[in-house]
Design a protein around this ligand. Structure first.
Ligand code: A2P
Length: 411
């Protein structure tokens, strides 16, 4: 296969790992579109037939998991059946040349710089983060996704209208990692007659898809009806996304983000601090860890989540169902009639000794996402906790940033 170059259309090719496959024929029997065949050496998958079906019927029955093998390939030059018959081992993943940094839209660079200003500029990713793909789809050549679901997350009585939106990329490869963002191009023109500029959204699902092994991802989108000062406005992209019907198509650019990525090594702890739709990357990381529970990956998860009330908190129900020994959840509700106002920073202080224990551990990584206003309060809370536990936050914070252990995305 020829080396891929910038601008190629990338596809996800289904393959079978010859090292693991026991040649039991289950996949060939199961495949409803006859995409799988074999010779005396290997079982192989026909790219065209499999891709047009994408049914995943073969994945479950395979006794070894050899069937669950995938590579990003140049869509015009997938691995042929003859290539696959000749393999003893799967080829390594080709590195696709990424679009030039100059092609990253100015809006995206500006939004990203502003969102991460609270971490003191660009931060390194955790050392054990997976390698992200960046900027595979540009404004000139966006990927087209299909809406597979659009559900309201906030309770019926809630004032805010927050949606869980599932976008499917079909046969177009759109590889993402937890913590990355995508850009959405709303259709139509703005009041100056120009195309609307790109809006960024954090991905709310793990790298293997909102539905495992499907080529889709989820977003958490709050319908914007007022600006930061409380004046009425109609958020262009959020209203567009929240109104989408199943089956409609959306133009997507990205993915973006090479720093706000999760650690993958054993015993790596994650402290997550979020408000409102800042829950998106936390849900992605939590779901990744939940799906891989039992494997030697990761340590403690501690979540501080602020919302006006349970009815306004995205994913309240699913979060409540997570086992207590899997994640330590702390909800801060600010507008409960019967309780004093609580913010995430209040709970960080209330849980001071557990937070301090994690801060002492060099395997702890901190992620903050949500309202810009919380940055100061959260910083003060860490300062206070450190002071009470014989640590110096002013010394620790620069070290955390340098080691890719402190990540902020606020708006
Ligand atoms: P508040 O009730 O005071 O606005 P929103 O619903 O606007 O997206 O906000 C999510 C949560 O973040 C709310 O509980 C809100 O409280 C809270 N919040 C607002 N400002 C701050 C801040 N400076 N620090 C921490 N949390 C905040």
């Amino acid at each position: 296969m020829a080396a891929a170059t910038s601008g190629v259309e990338i596809a996800r090719q289904h393959l079978i790992d010859p090292e693991i496959c026991i040649r039991c024929n289950t996949c060939e029997e199961t495949c409803p579109v006859d995409a799988i065949t074999h010779d005396s050496t290997n079982y192989v998958v026909d790219f065209e037939r499999c891709g047009s079906s994408r049914c995943m019927a073969c994945i479950g029955p395979c006794p070894t998991g050899a069937i669950d093998s995938w590579r990003q390939v140049d869509k015009a030059q997938p691995y042929t059946l003859d290539d696959q018959f000749s393999w003893d081992i799967l080829p390594t993943q080709a590195e696709f040349a990424q679009a030039d940094a100059a092609e990253i839209p100015t809006d995206v660079a500006e939004i990203t710089a502003e969102a991460s200003s609270g971490q003191g500029g660009p931060a390194a990713p955790p050392w054990s983060a997976a390698h992200p793909y960046l900027n595979l789809y540009s404004i000139a050549k966006p990927a087209v996704a299909t809406v597979m679901g659009n559900h309201r997350l906030t309770a019926a009585e809630a004032a805010s209208d927050t949606h869980h939106i599932i976008l499917d990329f079909g046969n177009t490869a759109f590889p993402v990692l937890e913590g990355q963002t995508i850009g959405v191009l709303p259709p139509g023109l703005d009041e100056r007659g120009k195309p609307h500029h790109v809006r960024l959204f954090s991905i709310a699902s793990p790298r293997d898809g909102e539905r495992p092994h499907y080529n889709n991802l989820a977003l958490t989108v709050k319908r914007v009806t007022e600006d930061h000062q409380g004046r009425p406005v109609q958020g262009v992209a959020s209203n567009y996304l929240c109104n989408l019907q199943k089956g409609e198509q959306v133009q997507v650019v990205g993915p973006y983000g090479a720093s706000y990525l999760m650690p993958n090594h054993p015993n790596s702890n994650i402290i997550m601090i979020c408000t409102g739709t800042g829950a998106a990357p936390m849900r992605a990381m939590t779901e990744r860890r939940r799906r891989r529970r039992g494997q030697k990956e990761g340590g403690d998860l501690m979540l501080f989540f602020g919302a006006r009330s349970p009815a306004e908190l995205p994913y309240f129900g699913p979060l409540m169902k997570l086992p207590k020994d899997f994640i330590d959840i702390n909800f801060a509700f600010s507008r409960m009639p019967d309780r004093p106002k609580q913010y995430v920073q209040d709970l960080i202080m209330a849980r001071g000794s557990d937070v301090a224990r994690l801060l002492r551990d060099e395997n702890t990584y901190i992620y903050i996402c949500g309202l810009k206003g919380m940055e100061t309060g959260v910083n003060e809370a860490f300062h206070e906790v450190c002071g009470q536990h014989q640590m110096d936050w002013e010394q620790l914070l620069p070290a955390l940033r340098k080691q890719g252990r402190y990540h902020v995305e606020t708006y």
